[in-house]
Design a protein around this ligand. Structure first.
Ligand code: ARG
Length: 717
């Protein structure tokens, strides 16, 4: 298999974006790409895809929460997105008595919808090309000066674009800083939960099936966006009204066939398709294994407590799902990078570049400098991961780290009491949030375990030595597990963070020495100061060098391939990807069909299992084959999920999958295991997007949820 894939990867990087690779910016959609879409089955005009003057498909697509996509599906602001995108809002709306995460929920009228205060959605208003203005400001700059200037000039541009409008905006670099676009958004703040299937449907298959096909998950949830009476964004108010959107999607119940055109709009978060061989090696050798190691331990310690008590399970569910999702991703990514020898491919690409750059002063040092930047950084790379994913993987330690702002304010030469009061107020609120989510039992074990892992896995010469010595003096031999357990117990028993009386007394009259003597604060700052004072400069320098080199490298690659139609890396801006519904062969002798069905759901059913249990109503209805008009004629069954060749990534979750007429046929919710290296290299044979079929979504809403009110709001085709 490797042999078959190597030359293909090689070709795409330096010739044309081809096959179904590409996350296209509709704002800049070229005729060539549009013509290819039409050839493959698109029936819409360019104006219908994206228009600045008239309402178009793009007006139905929203940023959902902080890192997902959603789409408007009715004239009353109804939103479809993934269950895993609504997960934390659903968990927050739940209690042990009214456990919507476990049992599902359907509002039978608007009055029953549940406010989700942590959620907002953003509509894209417009895009401006600000490259000239930004580049003029950045001329001659590099490193941290370049970044600082980019920030200040972006602020000016944003201010000018949004002043007095109520909009917000962001300047975003494209092509690694060779182009800059301004995105203007309108953010709505009153979002309500309309309905969700139980977790046993919405997260069916759990982490075992996550990132894999075949997959039988009903990964959807339904929300609604509300506006003030004037249709403008407003804070939650009982008498706000459903938003009347500029555009909403129609829903197709016709189903999919192998080879059908499929188009996905959404907000892919990040890719790095021009990652170098050095970067690939750092990931496979150091970064990914370290992340996986640390997350593995944290997850086990969380799950131990979740098993004991339903309240803890609900409390930690969302954090657990988030950590587990990328635990499996990073593991799979490293494995696929190695399996496909992406390192070797990058080396071959770089060889071409090297030959081309030879004798061109602007470019010939790019690769040697990359090599040097990685070599200089390599000794500290693991340490950085162990800080972010290890030491700060303890929620107590992470909260304690946020107290540093207070210490800084308290130790200024001239005390600014206003600043101290302001920070104290913020900390009061954030402590409340921290305590609500805090499970002390698992956290204490996490702190002990990650501290110990740091001690054993990180180069001695990089340790906060004095601090480890103090643990040794107080609690015993550091090669002994129980030492770290005793130490963590002591931190948890003595910190003021869990003690209302001492905490309030401290905040009433904050002083730096009480803070510096708090054991949780001492713990986390010992590691942070050690890292920042001794190695922070290398980290900053490394980031600056990558930034400068990336910009030059990509400029070089584009100069080397003039006229190449190319797309920019994902950066959480709205993109469109097109492809087809398509079966595949994951490995020798194995064929994966393009759909999976209810029969497969029942095959996977394991009564009482944490991941593969099912609600009784589903089993009953499925056994009766009560599928109504949602049944697939060819399979004589209910199609649950399907796969397409579309190029998407994290952030696209919840994205609408559309047919050639722009009608909704499914929701994208995952990528497949065989292409988990997709952030760095799109694999034209293996890459698949996993989608929940809209007919399964409708069946769950209608037959299981009994929410005819939701169905009747949709326009079904
Ligand atoms: N892998 C999916 C994504 O990143 C999320 C799936 C959530 N489910 C889970 N079992 N953690 O979009």
């Amino acid at each position: 298999m490797k042999r078959k894939i190597l030359p293909l990867l090689f070709v795409f990087l330096f010739t044309f974006a081809r096959a179904d690779e590409g996350m296209w910016l509709l704002y800049l959609l070229g005729d060539q790409v549009y013509a290819d879409m039409v050839k493959k089955g698109l029936k819409l005009s360019k104006e219908q895809l994206y228009s600045i003057n008239k309402s178009s498909l793009k007006d139905a697509i929203i940023i959902f929460g902080g890192g997902c996509t959603g789409e408007i599906v009715s004239r009353e602001g109804l939103i479809f997105t993934n269950h895993h995108c609504g997960y934390s809002a659903i968990a927050a709306a739940s209690s042990v008595e009214k456990n919507y995460l476990r049992d599902g929920f359907w509002a039978k009228s608007k009055a029953e919808e549940i406010p989700a205060p942590s959620l907002t959605v953003q509509f894209l208003v417009r895009i401006d090309d600000v490259t000239k203005q930004v580049e003029d400001a950045l001329k001659g700059l590099s490193g941290s000066e370049w970044s600082a200037k980019l920030q200040s000039v972006s602020q000016e541009i944003v201010k000018k674009a949004t002043d007095g409008t109520g909009y917000e905006a962001r300047v975003v670099p494209f092509y690694k800083g060779n182009q800059f676009l301004l995105f203007v958004y309108e953010r709505y703040r009153d979002i309500r939960l309309v309905g969700t299937p139980p977790e046993s449907i919405g997260k069916f298959g759990g982490d075992t099936d996550n990132w894999e096909w075949p997959r039988h998950t009903g990964d959807f949830a339904v929300f609604r966006v509300y506006a003030g009476k004037d249709g403008k964004p407003a804070a939650y108010a009982a008498d706000n009204v459903p938003l009347q959107p500029k555009y909403f999607l129609n829903v197709s119940t016709k189903g999919v066939k192998d080879g059908d055109f499929a188009m996905i709009y959404g907000y892919p978060g990040s890719t790095n398709r021009y990652e170098t061989s050095y970067g690939v090696k750092l990931k496979t050798d150091i970064e990914n294994p370290a992340i996986v190691n640390l997350r593995d331990v944290r997850l086990k310690l969380m799950f131990e407590e979740m098993k004991k008590d339903p309240a803890t399970r609900l409390q930690l569910a969302s954090a657990y799902a988030g950590i587990a999702n990328y635990w499996k991703f990073y593991d799979g990514e490293a494995k696929q990078l190695l399996k496909y020898d992406v390192y070797g491919q990058k080396k071959a690409d770089e060889e071409k570049f090297r030959q081309w750059a030879n004798g061109k002063p602007e470019y010939e040092q790019v690769l040697p400098q990359y090599e040097k930047a990685y070599a200089d950084w390599q000794p500290y790379a693991k340490h950085r991961i162990y800080m972010n994913e290890g030491i700060l993987g303890s929620p107590l330690a992470a909260y304690a780290a946020s107290l540093q702002a207070l210490e800084r304010a308290l130790t200024r030469k001239t005390l600014n009491t206003e600043e101290v009061t302001r920070i104290s107020e913020t900390l009061k609120r954030s402590r409340q949030m921290f305590l609500e989510n805090e499970n002390k039992a698992s956290d204490q074990n996490i702190l002990a375990a990650t501290c110990r892992m740091f001690y054993t896995d990180i180069d001695r010469a990089q340790h906060p030595e004095k601090y480890f010595n103090s643990i040794r003096t107080q609690f015993g031999d550091l090669s002994d597990d129980s030492t770290f357990k005793k130490f963590a117990a002591d931190v948890f028993a003595k910190t003021i963070i869990f003690d209302d009386a001492r905490w309030n007394a401290f905040l009433a009259k904050p002083d730096s020495s009480s803070l510096q003597n708090d054991p949780a604060y001492r713990y986390v700052t010992a590691f942070l100061k050690n890292y920042n004072d001794r190695f922070g400069k290398y980290s900053t320098e490394f980031n600056n060098r990558l930034n400068d080199l990336g910009r030059m490298y990509l400029k070089g690659v584009m100069t080397m391939n003039p006229g190449k139609v190319t797309y920019s890396d994902a950066n959480f801006t709205m993109r469109m990807s097109y492809g087809a519904v398509k079966s595949y062969k994951p490995r020798d002798a194995v064929f994966y069909d393009y759909v999976c069905t209810m029969s497969g759901v029942l095959e996977k059913y394991k009564p009482g299992d944490y991941e593969f249990d099912l609600p009784k109503e589903l089993i009953d209805a499925a056994k009766k084959k009560d599928f109504g008009l949602y049944k697939d004629a060819k399979y004589n069954d209910l199609v649950v999920c399907f796969i397409t060749t579309n190029d998407i990534t994290g952030g696209n979750s919840g994205s609408p999958v559309l047919n050639g007429n722009g009608e909704l046929i499914g929701l994208a919710f995952d990528g497949n295991y065989e292409a988990l290296s997709h952030k760095i290299a799109f694999d034209k044979d293996m890459n698949r997007t996993i989608c929940v079929d809209i007919r399964y979504v409708l069946w769950c809403i209608d037959k299981l949820g009994g929410a005819r009110n939701v169905i009747s709001e949709l326009v079904l085709k």
